[in-house]
Design a protein around this ligand. Structure first.
Ligand code: PGA
Length: 261
């Protein structure tokens, strides 16, 4: 079964809504080229919550071929949770994707597997597509236990979901040591874990679900390394941080089919 590649740009806490507007306009302009086949690769941007409305208006108003994503969602439905943003609020804004369990959330906000699972379920309940992020820290990679470590994160996040829900969501393998460090996992390393995560989904659910779920790689993705990463059979796209805040770099990543692996 063919899985549509997804390139998602996680802007983190970098761009404000004006900078975000400019970036989206430049990105659209750069991707308008006839050579870029919009149907072949899905492109999403994940702005800060404060920029979602502005970017959504731009995407909708100008009918841009971009999907909107959020960087986080509350595990709670609604109520007295000061500072949090609910899945219902994101859905109302036209948000399609939401990153859940990004390593920066796990590391700086104490999000454990139970929180990641609750957020994943909440997102699904409101029709959002979770991008469930997993990845091992450097010590785990050095010990060589990165496969069971990341498989356990995925298994915990997906516990009790229906196969159809899992088939439609996105997993992102982001080794913590490769995020924002310029140190990227080799294509073979990315393939090893992405393949293992897919096999874990087959074991937890079934083979058809595993074939349908999209698995992204993230961590220092750049125009220079994207093609070799995308050439791996179990890598269905990329979650791009730093390079997604530069319209030229992000457009070049989206157009990975045009450069040699
Ligand atoms: P990076 O971030 O591309 O800057 O390494 C990736 C991410 O955190 O999603």
């Amino acid at each position: 079964m063919a899985r549509t590649p997804l390139i998602a740009g996680n802007w983190k806490m970098v761009l404000d809504h004006q900078q975000g507007t400019l970036l989206v306009q430049k990105l659209d302009w750069t991707l308008k080229d006839a050579k870029h086949d919009h149907g072949a690769v899905e492109v999403a941007v994940l702005p800060s919550h404060t920029s979602l409305r502005t970017v959504q208006t731009l995407i909708e108003g100008d009918r841009l071929a971009l999907k909107l994503g959020a960087q986080d969602v509350s595990a709670h439905e609604s109520g007295a949770y000061t500072g949090e943003v609910s899945a219902a609020q994101l859905a109302k804004l036209g948000v399609t994707y939401v990153a859940v369990g990004h390593s920066e959330r796990r590391q700086y906000h104490g999000e454990d597997d139970a929180v990641v699972r609750a957020k994943t379920r909440r997102a699904l309940e409101h029709g959002l597509t979770p991008i469930v992020c997993v990845g091992e820290p450097l010590e785990v990679r050095r010990e060589g236990t990165h496969v069971p470590f990341t498989v356990a994160q995925v298994t915990a996040a997906l516990e009790d979901l229906q196969p159809a829900q899992v088939a439609g969501l996105v997993l992102a393998y982001e080794p913590v040591w490769a995020i924002g460090t310029g140190e990227f996992a080799s294509p073979a390393d990315a393939q090893e874990v992405c393949e293992a995560l897919r096999a874990a989904v087959a074991g937890q659910f079934d083979a058809a679900t595993a074939q349908a779920v999209r698995v992204l790689y993230g961590g220092s993705v750049k125009p220079a390394n994207i093609a070799s990463i995308m050439a791996q059979p179990d890598v269905d796209g990329a979650l791009v941080g730093g390079a997604s805040t530069d319209a030229g770099d992000f457009a070049a990543i989206v157009r990975y089919r045009e450069h040699p692996a």
